[in-house]
Design a binder for this molecule. Structure first.
Ligand SMILES: [Zn+2]
Length: 295
């Protein structure tokens, strides 16, 4: 982050008047935010909440990537898109939304598919933060490897049923995604999920957007990630969280149990579960085993 040469225009000063009035938010914090270049994977429901917060807060630049076009069934939760944009790319739809909400934020939106062959030419290794809202763990795995390789802070966030989860990771200082979610390569699992329609509530999306971007703000102010994992549930009725719990690594299950949390296919407690994270020494992406493989 290189913010010292930046300043706020009179329009920006007026736009951000209320947040600049907060005791824990200084002009320096606003300028740090203005200097920030954020790359967002996916322009769907989770990204709607995250992008909205970043636009309102006044981030400097958002680069967003999604291969899809807007469909009617997106519109119950993907609120940055609208009925006039059905059939156009989510990338184009985002540009219109962002320009109307906060023209001070630079938007670079691309309609692209991220896979093993495109990740290196598509993602900018100089970006300040990658925010991963992809709904498929196989894609997240590719993005995680890129973030670990280039030591880029990596904020992952998502929604499952009436619950949400988020963690801000920064390898090698923290675990990587693979330390926590190590089972996304299974072809049988992928096949099962590709044929499913996931139940997604709209309410946890807003909560996820708030908790995840609060982690980004903490990082902006301190230069460090908190190394915490958040899992929030809005109701104490039984929630189907197989899409989340099936992918958990043995290491993550172990550190969860040590902190009194048991994961299963259903979740029926209400409120926030917070876990302290640690690296998996055997992680094949960020752990010691990657060096052993090279020898
Ligand atoms: Zn790892």
């Amino acid at each position: 982050m290189n913010w010292e040469h930046l300043s706020l225009s009179p329009e920006e000063r007026e736009r951000y008047l209320r947040q600049l009035a907060m005791g824990d938010w200084s002009e320096e914090d606003q300028l740090k935010l203005k200097s920030l270049r954020v790359t967002i994977m996916g322009i769907g429901g989770a990204a709607s909440s995250i992008i909205n917060n970043l636009l309102l807060l006044g981030v400097g630049e958002i680069e967003a990537i999604d291969q899809d076009t807007v469909e009617l069934s997106n519109l119950n939760r993907q609120f940055i898109h609208n009925i006039e944009h059905i059939g156009i790319s989510k990338a184009e739809s985002l540009k219109v939304y962002a320009q109307r909400l906060n023209p001070h934020v630079k938007i670079v939106a691309k309609q692209l598919k991220i896979d093993e062959t495109t990740v290196n030419e598509t993602l900018n290794p100089e970006t300040d933060v990658i925010i991963d809202t992809f709904d498929k763990w196989a894609f997240r795995s590719i993005v995680n490897r890129f973030a670990v390789k280039h030591k880029i802070p990596y904020l992952m966030a998502g929604v499952v049923s009436n619950c949400f989860y988020t963690a801000f990771l920064h390898s090698p200082h923290t675990p990587c995604l693979n330390c926590l979610m190590g089972r996304f390569q299974g072809a049988s699992l992928a096949g099962f999920f590709q044929t499913s329609i996931f139940a997604i509530d709209i309410l946890p999306i807003a909560a996820m957007g708030a908790f995840s971007i609060a982690e980004l703000i903490k990082y902006l102010k301190t230069g460090e990630t908190t190394n915490q994992f958040y899992f929030g549930s809005l109701y104490n009725t039984k929630q189907d969280i197989r899409f989340f719990s099936l992918f958990l690594s043995k290491h993550f299950k172990k550190i969860s149990e040590e902190q009194g949390v048991q994961w299963g296919p259903v979740w029926d407690s209400e409120g926030m579960t917070k876990l302290k994270l640690s690296k998996d020494p055997a992680c094949r992406i960020c752990g010691n085993s990657q060096f052993e493989e090279r020898n």
